[in-house]
Design a protein around this ligand. Structure first.
Ligand SMILES: N[C@H](CCC[C@H](N)C(=O)O)C(=O)O
Length: 255
C-alpha cells in the first residue's frame, strides 16, 4: 500500500489516497501504522476519499487508531495532499466529520476555514470550546518550562472530561498580537508539536479577551495565524493559516 507522510507545524500524519476505498479501516492496524517504532510513525492517519458534493472527503484517525473529530493541521495537510494529486487548482471545498471546509493553498501555505464557534464556556478561570474537536484552554506563565504532559494528562482524565476526553491547551501571551500554545492531545495521549483545532481554540480566547481579529500563534513545531470575526458571543469566518509539507512517500505491506 502506498502512503505519504505530511507535517503541518510538526503535527504529522500518514496520508492515504483512499478514493478506491481499498483501505481496511482497522483500529489495530491504524495504531500500528502510527507507531513511531513498529510502523511509519505519526500523530494521526488521514484518508482522502471521494464525495459527490465536494472536491474530496476527510476521514481522520488519532494515533490510538480511533476515528476522531476534526483535525485542523490534518485538514491543512490534506489540502496540500489533494493539491499534489491535482484534485484542484488553488481553492477547494471538502467535507469532514464536523461539516464542510473551504481552503486555499499558495506556495505551501494553506488557509483552512474552520467551523463557527457559538459558545465559549468557562471551567473556573479556564475556557472550554469546540472548534471541530473539544478543547480546554488555560493561560500560564513560563510556558517553555511548563509540565504540559502531567498537567494536560490530569485535566484530560479528570472527572468532568475523562469519559469523552478533551484536548488541553496551555497558552502564554508573547506580545499584543502573538501567543505561544502547547497542547496535550486526546487520542495521542501526549503533547504534540502543534494542534490546529487547539491553536484555533486558544486564539479565539485571546481574540475575545483583546478584541482583535487576528493573532499569530507560535507552537513547538512552527508558526500559524488565526483570523476570525466576532459577532456577539460567537465567532464566524474563522481561518487557520500555516505551512503543510510532504516529508516522504513510501510503500508498506498492511501489517
Ligand atoms: N486529537 C484531536 C484530533 C486532532 C486534533 C489536532 N491534531 C488538530 O490539528 O486539530 C481529538 O481527538 O480531538
Amino acid at each position: 500500500m502506498e502512503f505519504y507522510k505530511y507535517q503541518g507545524t510538526g503535527n504529522d500524519f500518514v496520508m492515504i489516497d483512499n478514493r478506491d476505498l481499498q483501505f481496511p479501516k482497522d483500529k489495530e492496524m491504524i495504531e500500528k501504522l502510527c507507531d513511531r517504532r513498529f510502523g511509519i510513525g505519526a500523530d494521526g492517519l488521514i484518508l482522502l476519499e471521494n464525495d459527490d458534493n465536494y472536491d474530496f472527503k476527510m476521514v481522520y484517525y488519532n494515533s490510538d487508531g480511533g476515528e476522531s473529530t476534526m483535525c485542523g493541521n490534518g485538514g491543512r495537510c490534506l489540502v496540500a495532499f489533494a493539491f499534489f494529486l491535482d484534485i484542484f487548482e488553488n481553492k477547494c471545498k471538502f467535507i469532514a466529520i464536523d461539516g464542510e471546509h473551504d481552503a486555499e493553498i499558495h506556495n505551501g501555505i494553506v488557509k483552512l476555514k474552520m467551523i463557527d464557534v457559538n459558545t465559549i464556556s468557562n471551567d473556573g478561570e479556564d475556557a472550554v470550546l469546540n472548534t471541530g474537536s473539544p478543547h480546554y484552554v488555560k493561560y500560564v506563565e513560563d510556558i517553555v518550562n511548563y509540565n504540559v504532559f502531567a498537567e494536560g494528562h490530569g485535566i484530560r482524565n479528570s472527572e468532568n472530561y475523562k469519559e469523552k476526553g478533551i484536548n488541553v491547551n496551555f497558552v502564554e501571551k508573547i506580545t499584543d498580537d502573538e501567543i505561544f500554545v502547547r497542547t496535550y492531545e486526546r487520542g495521542v495521549e501526549d503533547e504534540t508539536f502543534s494542534c490546529g483545532t487547539g491553536v484555533t481554540a486558544s486564539a479565539l480566547t485571546f481574540l475575545e479577551k483583546n478584541n482583535l481579529i487576528s493573532v499569530k500563534v507560535k507552537t513547538l513545531g512552527g508558526n500559524l495565524k488565526v483570523y476570525a470575526e466576532k459577532n456577539g458571543n460567537s465567532f464566524q469566518n474563522i481561518w487557520l493559516e500555516g505551512p503543510a509539507k510532504q516529508v516522504f512517500r513510501g510503500k508498506i505491506d498492511l501489517l
